[in-house]
Design a protein around this ligand. Structure first.
Ligand code: LLP
Length: 437
């Protein structure tokens, strides 16, 4: 019995449904590999985050970290749900623009934004630029001067807090490429530069400690640290921070050993920590911003695959191979990330064997799961990998010149393609013949 699937998600035929749509039918209609999102789950997650702030009566923004999954359709849903978004590239910004996302609700992140990216942000009046380093402050100053424009900014601080998570997705420790260092005085210097520039409106401060975090301590720590810095800035410069942004990183459950807190618990703890810390300063209560990515789209996503070949060697765990793999989900190969996979036609079928779920890419490391319990499967069976909605499609590649899958949104029993499957022609679309000189 897979605990990640509720009874409501199984239909009368016994099949797994997503957004009220039968996954076997979705696989038939759109082909596999296929990424399917349950849109109601995305909406619900945003609403849950918002509700906690509203209940606590604090000014806030829930800024969806769109690197987790960026597409016109998701920016539309985020807009409709009253979320802000965080973008980290011209590409994400462009997609948000195409979706008609309100630009004043966009935060632009990145540790090496290009001149072109900053110009684009100024031209489109994005809500806030998250300043990450001195080079960027100078570059932005020049561009604002040239455009005779003003923009809101926040300073990203390296809080010196190590989150307990995979080292590739830790970002808050002192030795990090992101943000201004505190101990060496860089953060103060950055503030001085910003305050001296009348074209930059200083909104507040930001930190992000990492991703897939299960403990409150890191968030409480970052909340305290940011209030401490804000209070120091008020004393030293008379500057009052309007926003404290504690980043994202709220962990989700992928496999039965994962025991994440509820989104409410994370936000409650952050609000409490900030309120408490503020009480012992002269600061007015700032707005609190969070930037969840994974927790908004992760649990809403499902990857559907079709079983193909199989390899059995006596004494070894069998390989069951599907029609996708590291090109549509690099996370198992890159981070040893684990997922649960079920037979879409009978998700609660008793487990008959433990297999290696292999991808079709020409690389031994292309194993989607090292140990997946499954009922007996045969070629043509559809498998549904659960909780794939964050950093799956967004990190997809064309390795081996495999086309990236289609993405479908499902809600209220209706389904709709929101990103088309790449065609073979799409794969050669940018190729040019070489004329030997
Ligand atoms: N804010 C900032 C500044 C970030 O850098 C990130 C993620 C987030 C928010 C959202 O974090 P989330 O709530 O999604 O944990 N590719 C990796 C994750 C990289 C996260 C990068 N930054 C993975 O697949 O696990």
């Amino acid at each position: 019995m897979n605990e990640q699937i509720s009874e409501q998600e199984i239909n009368a035929a016994g099949h797994l449904t997503v957004g009220g749509c039968d996954t076997i039918e979705l696989a038939k209609q759109y082909g596999t590999p296929l990424v399917v999102y349950d849109v109601a789950k995305i909406r619900d997650q945003i609403r849950r985050f918002r509700k906690v702030f509203e209940k606590n009566n604090v000014d806030y923004a829930v800024s969806y970290a769109s690197k987790a999954f960026a597409a016109v359709a998701i920016y539309q849903v985020a807009a409709a749900e009253g979320a802000h978004v965080d973008v980290v590239s011209a590409g994400e910004l462009y997609t948000a623009i195409k979706a008609g996302f309100p630009m004043e609700r966009v935060s632009f992140h990145g540790n090496n934004k290009s001149k072109e990216e900053l110009e684009m942000a100024i031209r489109h009046h994005v809500g806030v630029i998250m300043l990450d380093n001195f080079h960027e402050i100078d570059l932005l100053a020049d561009l604002l001067e040239a455009a005779d424009a003003k923009i809101k900014v926040m300073l990203r601080i390296t809080p010196g807090i190590s989150a307990h998570t995979n080292k590739y997705i830790q970002t808050g420790q002192v030795d990090s490429k992101f943000g201004f260092d505190l101990a060496s005085g860089q953060a103060d210097l950055a503030l001085e530069k910003v305050l001296a520039n009348p074209r930059m409106e200083m909104e507040g401060l930001h930190a992000h400690i990492g991703s897939q975090i299960f403990e409150l301590a890191g968030f409480e720590g970052v909340a305290n640290k940011l209030v401490e810095v804000a209070s120091h800035w008020q004393e030293k410069y008379g500057y009052q921070a309007r926003v404290i942004n504690v980043g994202g990183g709220f962990g989700i459950r992928y496999v039965s050993g994962d025991h994440p807190l509820m989104p409410e618990d994370f936000v409650d703890a952050i609000i409490k920590a900030i309120k408490q810390a503020i009480a012992s300063t002269d600061l007015a209560m700032p707005a609190i911003w969070i930037e969840p990515g994974r927790s908004i789209v992760g649990p809403a996503g499902y990857n559907l695959y079709t079983v193909g070949s199989r390899k059995d060697v006596p004494g070894l765990k069998p390989y069951v191979t599907v029609d996708g793999g590291m090109g549509d989900n690099i996370r198992p190969a890159l981070y040893q990330a684990e997922y649960e996979t079920v037979l879409a036609s009978d998700p609660h079928a008793p487990i008959k064997e433990h297999v290696r779920l292999a991808g079709k890419y020409c690389e031994s490391g292309d194993i989607l799961s090292q140990d997946q319990g499954l009922p007996a499967t045969k070629p043509g069976d559809v498998l549904a990998m659960l909780d794939t909605g964050a950093y799956g499609y967004s990190m997809a590649s064309n390795y081996n010149r495999n086309p990236r899958p289609a993405v479908v949104f499902a809600e209220n029993g209706q389904s709709q393609v929101v990103i088309e499957r790449e065609s073979l022609d799409d794969l050669v679309h940018l190729d040019l013949p070489y004329h030997a000189q």
